[in-house]
Design a protein around this ligand. Sequence first.
Ligand code: ZN
Length: 485
Amino acid sequence: MQSLQSTSASSVWSYFSNICAIPHPSKHEQQLADWIINWAKENNISCIQDNIGNLILKKDAAPGYENKTAVILQAHLDMVPQKNNDTEHDFLTDPITTIIDGEWLHADNTTLGADNGIGMAACLAVLADNELKHGPLEVLLTTDEETGMTGAFGLQADSLQGEILINTDSEQEGELYVGCAGGINVNVSLPYEKMESTPSDKAYEISLSGLKGGHSGCDINLGRANAIKTLASVLNNFDAVPFHMAVFEGGSLRNAIPREARAVIVCDAQYQNSLEIIINTLQLNLCSEFKNAEPNLQLSVQSCDLPASILTHQSQTNLLNSLLGCANGIFTMDNNFSDVVQTSSNMGVLTQNNSEQSSFDIQVLIRSQVEQEKQIEAEKIAQHFAEHGAAVRKDGNYPGWTPNKSSAVYKVMEAQYTELFDQKPKTMVIHAGLECGLFSDKYPHWDMISFGPTIKFPHSPDEKVHIASVDKFWQLLTATLAAID
Ligand SMILES: [Zn+2]
């Protein structure tokens, strides 16, 4: 990163290079935390680590700025460890190798950790720089953001004194984030009755694949097909073929739109032709319904081994009705921000438990920027499945961050951006979780904002950060700190 030392963000690059040298994948951040604790000691900066692993560093105001509003700068300590299959890299021991490629910096076939290493480096650079103008300052470096936000969840409600929090974990320069969604899980266990299959019957596997999937919050407005819901509607359209279902499963993550689902059905051998015709017709229908959103949608049917047991007719109808009747996707849009989803749900996983206590287990995630709306929709979904005889449990509730129209830090940052770069920044709300949502629970009075440099393909070995955007990020950060009243 030598050649980056001549940019205006040279101190950020230099701390980022220190960070890359010390392994810090999620749940293994202590080595980096120790380095920061030591660095703080050497620089006479107060630093404590709370019992969950978060670091809190403090610095006095610059002379003349003692009476300004106290600010908390925030980043997360951990990075996502991902590498390409053919790459030798041990995230617990090996440093991240960085490569400059034109306008971008990336790693050597691994994640780079610019998410949130650049933000963290900027926090340290602010602490170290005694020329900068700012009021009383705290830096909060949270642990384990990427695998459960346990640092933000465990943050004590009395460990910070600041009133403005600046989060550095957004990934598009020129965008200022002022709100995020919270979430809640609905876990459904729908029991079913089974019976033995008839030996003369034939079994077929029907699978739906080739769907795009995507993030269950950020991509929920793209009109993509939900594999579980779509395959349920396919099975519901088999009028001409009386069948029994033996297997139905789909999706693998609650927070991803399911890309694949499969069912095994059993019917009399005489229906094989009709079945193939129906599948072909339904494939054409689906292709036209999802023409733009799902160009690679594939519905197929294939003979398979006869399963020993099948669902009773009543259980099968109950399953399909409960899946089809469950609201899914977008519920409401945000009135204040165009094209922002306010409340949504994703039926992400359907698994089948074919043991004695046979059941279909369904995982739904509801997201909203508005707490009450989230709770109401989650309860509706829970009620819906309960009416079909399911045992339902809600858990994993976390709060969102409701946009604050009179945010003072937003006004300062917008004005600084406009002055520095001669254009207005975009105001954004993200329909996904940020640590800010959890902070708003513990510190409801905080005035918060989130911004950052441009990072592409975070969480993958293709992760890269736009070098010039780090310069703009640093300029905006320091100008904002100086301008906060
Ligand atoms: Zn991050």
